[in-house]
Design a protein around this ligand. Structure first.
Ligand code: PLP
Length: 418
C-alpha cells in the first residue's frame, strides 16, 4: 500500500511535454500534426559546439557540484561582456537545465513567490510540488503583457518587509513581449525598495529581434539572479544545461542550492559542460548563427502575427523568443455554439479538427474560460531556414515569400486555423 504526496496528486505532467507526447502519438497513428506546442529551438546546435561535445565525449568524471571552473569563468566573461556586469566565476552556478535550477531556487528560498500572469508553464507547478503558494500579478494584452512597477508596488506595500521573490521572464514565454530599459529601471526601483529577490529568466535573451536585450541586473545588481542556458539560443534544449549568475550578496542562497544539488543530481555531465564553454565563449561564427536565427524568427513571427490578426485574433507582435499569445475571445459566441467554452476545449477541438497543436492559456495561469492560447512557431525545418538565411538569402531582406518557401508547415497551420 502506498499514497502519493498530496502536493503532487492532481498535477498533470508538464503541459508542454504533454502536448508533445499527444502530437507524437497522433502522428504515429498517421495524422498530419503541426506541432506548435513545444517551445524547442528549430535550429541545429552550432557546429563548433557539437565539435566540443564530441571532443570531450570520453570525459567521465563527476564534476564539482557548482560546475566546471572553466565553464563558470566562460559564463562570467559572457555576462560581463553582454551586460557590463562585474561578476566573477564564483557567482556562477551550473545545472542540468535552468528548469532544475528554478526548482532548486524554490526549494532553497523562504518567502512568497510572485509571478506575472501569464507566465511560463512550470513556475507555478514547481511551487505547488513543494507546497508553496503563488501570487499571480496581473498584466494586460493592451499593455504588451508587461508587469508595471505600480502593480508590483501595490502587492508589496501592505507588508513591505515580507521576503519575496519575483520571477521576471523576458523576452517572454508565452507572449514574445519584452521590456524597455525604462520599464526595467522602474521595476528595479520597486524591487530595491522592498528588497525583493529578482529571478530574471533570460533564457531567450539572445533571441531578441530589435536592438539588444538588456538585463534588469544592470539596474538592480545586488538583488538579481540572471538565469540562462543553452536551450533556446544554441538549439541544445535536450542537452540540459542551464546557469544562474548570482550577485555576491546572495551567495548563501547559491550555496543552499548547491547543497540540494549535491544531494540530488550531483553535477551536470562533463561533456555538455565542456561543449557549453564553446557556446558561451562565442565568436564570429556564433554571432552569425545568432544574427541569422533572429532574422528568421522575426520574419516568421511577424508573418504569423499578420495572419492571426487577419483571422480576427487579438495578438501582440513578437519582440523576441518564438511565441505568440493570441486571444480568441472575439469568437466566444461562435465557439459557444459548438460547446467550446474554455481554452482547453478550444485547443482540443483545434487539434482534432485541423491537426494544429497549440497550448491553452489556462496552462499559463489564466482562468479556464479565458479564450487564449500559446503558439510556438517552431515546426519548420530550421536547418533549411538557417541555410536559406545564411546562404542564398544572406543579403536579401527576408519577407513573406521567404516564410512561404522555408516554413510551408507554418503557412499550412495558418490556412487550417483560418
Ligand atoms: N524558462 C522559460 C521561460 C522557458 O521557456 C524554458 C523552457 O521552455 C525554461 C525556463 C527551461 O529551460 P531549460 O530547462 O531547458 O534551461
Amino acid at each position: 500500500r502506498y499514497a502519493i504526496n498530496l502536493n503532487v496528486r492532481g498535477i498533470q505532467p508538464s503541459a508542454t511535454l504533454r502536448i508533445n507526447e499527444t502530437s507524437n502519438q497522433l502522428r504515429a497513428e498517421g495524422r498530419d500534426i503541426i506541432k506548435l506546442g513545444l517551445g524547442q529551438s528549430p535550429f541545429p546546435v552550432p557546429e563548433r559546439v557539437v565539435e566540443a561535445l564530441r571532443n570531450h565525449a570520453h570525459e567521465k568524471d563527476y564534476l564539482p557540484v557548482k560546475g566546471l571552473k572553466p565553464l563558470r569563468e566562460a559564463i562570467s566573461r559572457y555576462i560581463n561582456r553582454r551586460e557590463q556586469m562585474r561578476s566573477t566565476w564564483e557567482d556562477v552556478l551550473i545545472g542540468p537545465g535552468s528548469k532544475e535550477l528554478l526548482f532548486m531556487l524554490q526549494l532553497a528560498y523562504y518567502g512568497d513567490l510572485l509571478i506575472p500572469r501569464p507566465s511560463w508553464v512550470s513556475y507555478a507547478p514547481q511551487a505547488r510540488i513543494i507546497g508553496r503558494s503563488v501570487h499571480w500579478l496581473p498584466t494586460h494584452g493592451e499593455n504588451n503583457w508587461q508587469l508595471t512597477a505600480e502593480e508590483l508596488d501595490i502587492v508589496c506595500r501592505d507588508d513591505p518587509s515580507r521576503p519575496r521573490i519575483l520571477i521576471l521572464n523576458y523576452p517572454s514565454n508565452p507572449t514574445g513581449c519584452t521590456y524597455t530599459e525604462d520599464q526595467l529601471l522602474e521595476l528595479a526601483h520597486v524591487a530595491r525598495k522592498y528588497r525583493i529577490i529578482l529571478l530574471s529568466d533570460e533564457i531567450y535573451g539572445e533571441v531578441h529581434f530589435e536592438g539588444r536585450h538588456k538585463s534588469i541586473a544592470r539596474y538592480y545588481p545586488e538583488g538579481t539572479i540572471v538565469s540562462t542556458g543553452l536551450s533556446k539560443w544554441a538549439g541544445a534544449g535536450g542537452w540540459r544545461l542551464g546557469t544562474f549568475i548570482f550577485p555576491p550578496e546572495l551567495r548563501p542562497l547559491q550555496d543552499a542550492m548547491a547543497i540540494i544539488a549535491s544531494e540530488t543530481y550531483t553535477a551536470t555531465s562533463a561533456p555538455i559542460q565542456h561543449a557549453a564553454i564553446a557556446a558561451f565563449d562565442g565568436g564570429p561564427d556564433l554571432d552569425e548563427y545568432l544574427k541569422q536565427s533572429r532574422r528568421v524568427l522575426k520574419v516568421v513571427g511577424e508573418y504569423l502575427h499578420k495572419r492571426l490578426t487577419a483571422m480576427g485574433a487579438v495578438v501582440q507582435k513578437p519582440e523576441g523568443a518564438f511565441y505568440l499569445f493570441p486571444d480568441f475571445s472575439g469568437f466566444r459566441e461562435a465557439l459557444a455554439g459548438r460547446d467550446i467554452k474554455t481554452s482547453q476545449a478550444l485547443c482540443q477541438a483545434l487539434l482534432e479538427d485541423t491537426g494544429v497543436a497549440i497550448l491553452p492559456a489556462s496552462d499559463f495561469g489564466f482562468v479556464p474560460d479565458h479564450l487564449g492560447a500559446r503558439l510556438a512557431f517552431v515546426d519548420f525545418d530550421g536547418a533549411v531556414a538557417l541555410d536559406l538565411a545564411g546562404g542564398q538569402y544572406a543579403d536579401r531582406a527576408l519577407d513573406d515569400s521567404f516564410v512561404e518557401e522555408a516554413c510551408p508547415r507554418l503557412v499550412t497551420a495558418m490556412d487550417k486555423m483560418a
